[in-house]
Design a protein around this ligand. Sequence first.
Ligand SMILES: Cc1cc2nc3c(=O)[nH]c(=O)nc-3n(C[C@H](O)[C@H](O)[C@H](O)COP(=O)(O)OP(=O)(O)OC[C@H]3O[C@@H](n4cnc5c(N)ncnc54)[C@H](O)[C@@H]3O)c2cc1C
Length: 381
Amino acid sequence: MNFELTTEQRQLQDAAIRLSQNKLMPILAAHPKSVSLSKPVMLDIFKILAEFGLTGARVPEELGGSGLSMLDYGLVFEQLPPVIALALIAHDGTTSRLCASGVAQDSPQLIEDLLTGKKIACTASTEPTTGSDPRSVKLRIRESDDGKTAFLSGTKQWITNGTIADVAFVTGKLDGNGELQRYLVEHAVSPYTATEIPCIGLQQGHLSELMFDQVPVPLSNAIGNDNSTMKTLTQAWLVNRPLLGLLGLRSAERAKEAALEHVKDRIQFGSVLASKQLMQEALVDIEASIQSARLLCYSALDAADRGVATQALSAMAKRQGVATAEKAASIAMRLCGAMGLAIETGVEQHARDIKMLTIPDGTYEILTLIAGREITGQSAF
Ligand SMILES: Cc1cc2nc3c(=O)[nH]c(=O)nc-3n(C[C@H](O)[C@H](O)[C@H](O)COP(=O)(O)OP(=O)(O)OC[C@H]3O[C@@H](n4cnc5c(N)ncnc54)[C@H](O)[C@@H]3O)c2cc1C
């Protein structure tokens, strides 16, 4: 066991920090903080991510992917601004799902456009009445008798990248036998309506509602339910969860850095707040909890690289990572006093952004039930 990053990993991490600071943050800073970025701006961002090899982080090298290990991906991912990282995880997760289901062979141009950031992808599973229990989706898929077209009807909600996506990976149920079926839906070919859902955090991002009203999709866009597709879907959860844990923890660390700066400077009762024992205890609690949760996330990604990841480990990584981040950011806000609530300090934005990460890819309760099932052998859903 070695807790040191390799020289290559450190270089990768440094490059990700430079990418974030020099290229991505200036784009975000040039636009209003509480308004979704336009599609042209997002395409500029995706082009930059593609140049860094991140749009194909989970795509096999032989299909044009970057061949990053998942641990290395995590080291880069955690350094990205969270609003961009969430857009990326939706995009690259969808791209890898499409590749695993044979779309790379059938539509190489589409995959190339996704890998080069010329097109943006999303995965649409959640619906107004279907959240934690994804098998209960209601979007209807009616396949025409001539075997050429499927008609999609229903609503998808809380879809990352929904309003800017060129391609959606949509799950629904077949009329007749009620079986789950996934479709690749290209917006230009099969137009559906997409609107933004304003939320408390990640406000420059895109969380959307998609409406399908008898939207025609070529039947050839049906995604097979074979083993390879199912394995990739499972693999996506195993990796997404620790990635989101890392993202939350990095935001919490930024909140802690702001709090530390504040308490080193702020004088109350005749001395700087940093000299007070209670302040030091709070900062040590934050630091220790972030460091330990981060190690759990790294270990889940390393397990994925070694092919030994389990649902429980990945669920615990996100559960611990995001819960730790929520608590740490909240304490960091408190340490700043009223300044912690001021928008100019930026700490409250970290706390709001972290809140957004508590829900996708498993809520705290669902992650607990996933890990609990593996530990006890009993399903408590
Ligand atoms: C930032 C963000 C990005 C997202 N991106 C996407 C995306 O790209 N694509 C997509 O398809 N969806 C996406 N989602 C949707 C997300 O996957 C769902 O919101 C999530 O699965 C939870 O579903 P829900 O909100 O309907 O909550 P519900 O399932 O209604 O749950 C409500 C509460 O009940 C709890 N609960 C549920 N079941 C149980 C149980 N058995 N026992 C105990 N407690 C339970 C939950 O933990 C939660 O606290 C995103 C959501 C967010 C916030």
